[in-house]
Ligand binder design. Structure first.
Ligand SMILES: Nc1ncnc2c1ncn2[C@@H]1O[C@H](COP(=O)(O)OP(=O)(O)OP(=O)(O)O)[C@@H](O)[C@H]1O
Ligand code: SF4
Ligand SMILES: [Mg+2]
Length: 389
């Protein structure tokens, strides 16, 4: 489908309501769904030869279904290269999808199909959807002052200027635990945690409904991670935010997420409420991820988890269940038939032929992060806020 075809006749009023859309094999969406994704694919072409012809494709995301309810945090986890970032970006059309439907319950416009929107409509929609990136060092322009970085969305949309803009910047910096006078400084003058706070202030500028947090604490020291996570939780309550929280570290996900979706080589292989996923995983890949949760060590940054065996390439995945070459429970059928993601319990989906019969090992849900999150100072909005780490 080309862009013209997709946009032909599309207007804001065309999308179906959440009650009409289903996911998986016909499961209705919860009424308070903010974002729903069905059959989403993103394939990147592989070019070769002198003429740079397309000789294959990287199926980074290959047909995934999930939903996020308003006000909740959905974690998206999996090993490096399994398609988490591509899934997040394609869901909100920062990458053009290869196929699939995405429904967003826009507070102003009602339910809209993101894949149908024109570029102008999309720009309007993106004021309600923002991103926080992994690397607070490269995601902020070093030539801009902090004030200019946070002001950017208002300048692009020509929404505020002069005193009103200065006041809003001061308010946003305060809300994320920085000080209004920080507006005149450049990003290099700040620590990693402070830079991530600047990125969060920029993301909150337009009062978004949905924030895609792509490994927002992975590059930070563990003690600072806890403080930034607390800040994200405080802001969620204060501003009624919904998060898609991408991470490889399951201990981080456990603390902040209401539900967790697990990805493996372009597919969702399990999705369940956090407590349930940790106690009763029903897909062997989730069991392996849980067993690999790193031991708490406040001196170390979290590292990508490593499981035994290689992650298959999404350009050349194995037959049947993609996890079968690494799965201790694999049987003959696993090499031949790929199990679909199917509902195995209320709010619990799993893609395994033997989901109901395997007795997989969960882990007790930790009440603490690697560094005691409860003990970590939370960045409360205050005009007297101390300089946060
Ligand atoms: N622009 C691109 N062109 C071609 N291939 C890409 C592109 N972006 C991502 N890929 C490939 O798609 C797959 C999924 O990548 P993605 O970055 O989404 O994974 P990820 O789960 O976010 O990994 P990480 O944990 O390392 O961030 C990888 O094989 C990656 O090499
Ligand atoms: S379908 Fe088979 S290979 Fe795949 S996770 Fe289940 S048991 Fe393992
Ligand atoms: Mg990524």
């Amino acid at each position: 489908m080309d862009n013209d075809e997709r946009h032909a006749g599309a207007d804001w009023g065309e999308a179906m309501s959440t009650a009409e859309m289903t996911i998986g094999d016909g499961e209705p969406l919860p009424e308070d769904t903010l974002l729903a994704v069905r059959g989403l694919k993103k394939h990147f072409p592989i070019r070769g030869g002198l003429l740079r012809r397309v000789v294959g494709s990287v199926k980074a995301v290959d047909g995934i279904d999930f939903y996020i309810k308003a006000g909740e945090t959905l974690g998206l986890v999996g090993e490096s290269g399994c398609g988490k970032t591509t899934a997040g970006r394609t869901a909100v059309r920062l990458y053009e999808p290869t196929a699939g439907e995405v429904l967003f319950n826009d507070p102003q416009m009602g339910p809209v199909h993101i894949e149908h929107l024109t570029p102008r409509q999309l720009r309007q929609l993106w004021t309600n959807i923002q991103m926080i990136f992994q690397d607070p060092f490269s995601s902020l322009d070093p030539r801009m002052t902090v004030g200019r970085i946070v002001a950017e969305p208002f300048l692009v949309h020509k929404m505020l200027s002069g005193r009103a803009l200065q006041d809003r910047i001061a308010e946003l910096l305060t809300v994320v635990g920085l000080r209004p006078e920080h507006a005149s400084r450049y990003p290099h003058a700040f620590s990693g945690g402070q830079r991530q706070r600047i990125g969060i202030a920029r993301a909150l500028a337009m009062n978004p409904k949905l924030v895609i947090c792509d490994e927002p604490v992975s590059a930070l020291d563990v003690s600072v991670q806890a403080q930034v996570l607390n800040l994200l939780e405080d802001l969620q309550k204060k501003f009624d935010l919904t998060y898609l929280f991408i991470a490889h570290d399951l201990s981080v996900v456990e603390h902040i997420c209401d539900r967790v979706a697990v990805m493996y080589v372009g597919y969702l292989v399990e999705m369940a409420p956090t407590e349930e996923l940790y106690h009763h995983p029903m897909m062997p890949y989730t069991e392996a991820l849980l067993a690999a949760i790193p031991k708490p060590d406040p001196r170390r940054r979290s590292r990508p988890i490593r499981l035994p065996g290689e992650v298959p390439s999404p350009a050349n995945p194995p037959s049947g269940c993609y996890f079968h070459p690494r799965c201790p429970y694999a049987q003959e059928i696993c090499k031949q038939e790929r199990p679909p993601l199917r509902k195995v319990a209320p709010e619990h989906w799993a893609a395994c032929h033997f989901a109901e019969t395997l007795k997989l090992q969960g882990v007790p849900r930790l009440s603490q992060l690697p560094v005691d999150v409860q003990a970590a100072p939370s960045a409360q909005p205050s005009t007297q806020a101390p300089s946060a780490p």
